[in-house]
Each structure stands twice: as structure tokens, then as C-alpha cells.
Design a binder for this molecule. Structure first.
Ligand SMILES: [Zn+2]
Length: 219
């Protein structure tokens, strides 16, 4: 059989060695403790795969602080959805084995996945509307969010930003379809949070249930 596994490019190796000599020492005491004692993250984040989104960084997090699960468009399927398994496995481990007390869904600006969902649901993307498209099949998870966005869109509001934010709320609703999440929320041992990151400014907004809107965290 042809050998398919290649050595890492030298610039990756050089970058790693630079990190070891320049920055890893600062993390070493924490990393050794986490390795020996195990992790106790303060929050779990459901974020997008997008490389411009760094959930731990925007909360000034250190190694071990955030248990991060990423997928296209930070979507959470409901419990009975055929694509629920991977997300549910991460949630089950984070919440029932690690007992993480905060669960943050983080949407973001310029989300290609949300844009794809908008195109798919508005009939503009036949390539996604096919059982052969893994991305399209996945983005169907957010179809209820698209329909909700259409019902609630305000005049002058950017429909893509609205869908990015409504998708977060939809995913929070879907989280509660899991018994192990709903019971923890009802018992007060788990708090759910909705956030949206502006990737140009790095500013995070959080959903304020009283305002019914995402509100900037800036003081
Ligand atoms: Zn995204």
C-alpha cells in the first residue's frame, strides 16, 4: 500500500520548537498540574470551526480553562436528529463527566456556514441541497433557525447577522432536548449562555433575555 502519511513540513517543526523555547515555559507549571490532576474547565464552548474564532482567547483563557467543541456554524442538533451523535457525545462528556458549570454557544460574524445555510434555505445553493453534500446535510440542522429568522427579522437588520444570532438561540433550545442538560439547568448546576463574536473587532456580545437581544460586553 502506498504510504499516505507524510512528515510534517519543516516550518511546522520550526514553529513548534520556537513555541517550546519561547512560550511553553510560561504554561508548564499549569500544564503539569493539569496533566497529573486532570482537567476542570470553567466553561464548555460550542464554537465554529472558523480559524478566525478563538473562543478561549477572547475570554483571556489559559490552558485547561475552556472545553471547546467546534463544528461548522456552531450548531447543536436536537436529540432525535440523525446527526446529533458527535455533538451530543462532547456535551455528555463535558457536562456529566467533567461537571462543567457553564455552557456557551458562540456564533460569529462573517460565518461561512451560516451564509451557506441562508443560501441553502432560500433556494440559492443547489450544490448544498443534495444528499451528497456533507456541508449541506449538516446545515439542515439550522433550517428551523432560518425560518425563525424570517419571522423575526427587523427592518434594516442584516439577515446574515440575524441568522448568526438566531442560530445561537436555536442551538440553545436544542440543548434542552437532552435530558442530561435540561435536568442540570433546572437544578441550577448548569447555566446556558448565548454569545456572538465580531471577528473584525474581537468584541463579544451576549444574549440578554430581558432585552431580547445580543448586548455588547464592553464596559
Ligand atoms: Zn462560522
Amino acid at each position: 500500500m502506498m504510504q499516505q502519511i507524510q512528515p510534517l513540513p519543516t516550518d511546522f517543526i520550526r514553529s513548534h520548537n520556537d513555541w517550546q523555547t519561547q512560550r511553553a515555559a510560561a504554561h508548564r507549571a499549569t500544564a503539569v498540574k493539569l496533566a497529573d490532576d486532570g482537567q476542570t474547565p470553567k466553561a464548555m464552548v460550542i464554537g465554529c470551526c472558523d480559524s478566525r474564532v478563538q473562543p478561549a482567547e477572547v475570554f483571556n483563557g489559559d490552558v485547561g480553562d475552556f472545553f471547546v467543541y467546534r463544528n461548522i456554524a456552531n450548531a447543536v442538533p436536537p436529540v432525535d436528529h440523525p446527526q446529533a451523535t458527535s455533538t451530543a457525545a462532547a456535551l455528555e462528556y463535558g457536562l456529566t463527566a467533567l461537571n462543567i458549570p457553564h455552557l456557551i454557544v458562540m456564533g460569529h460574524s462573517r460565518c461561512g456556514g451560516v451564509q451557506g445555510c441562508h443560501s441553502l434555505c432560500s433556494g440559492q445553493a443547489p450544490e448544498l441541497d443534495s444528499p451528497d453534500s456533507f456541508v449541506g446535510s449538516w446545515l439542515q440542522v439550522l433550517r428551523p433557525a432560518y425560518e425563525r429568522m424570517q419571522r423575526t427579522l427587523q427592518p434594516g437588520q442584516d439577515p446574515l447577522v440575524a441568522l448568526e444570532q438566531v442560530s445561537v438561540l436555536q442551538s440553545l433550545d436544542h440543548l434542552l432536548t437532552h435530558d442530561f442538560i435540561r435536568t442540570r439547568v433546572e437544578a441550577g448546576t448548569l447555566a446556558l449562555h448565548g454569545t456572538w463574536l465580531d471577528i473584525r473587532s474581537g468584541a463579544v456580545s451576549a444574549y440578554d433575555p430581558q432585552a431580547g437581544a445580543f448586548v455588547s460586553l464592553a464596559a
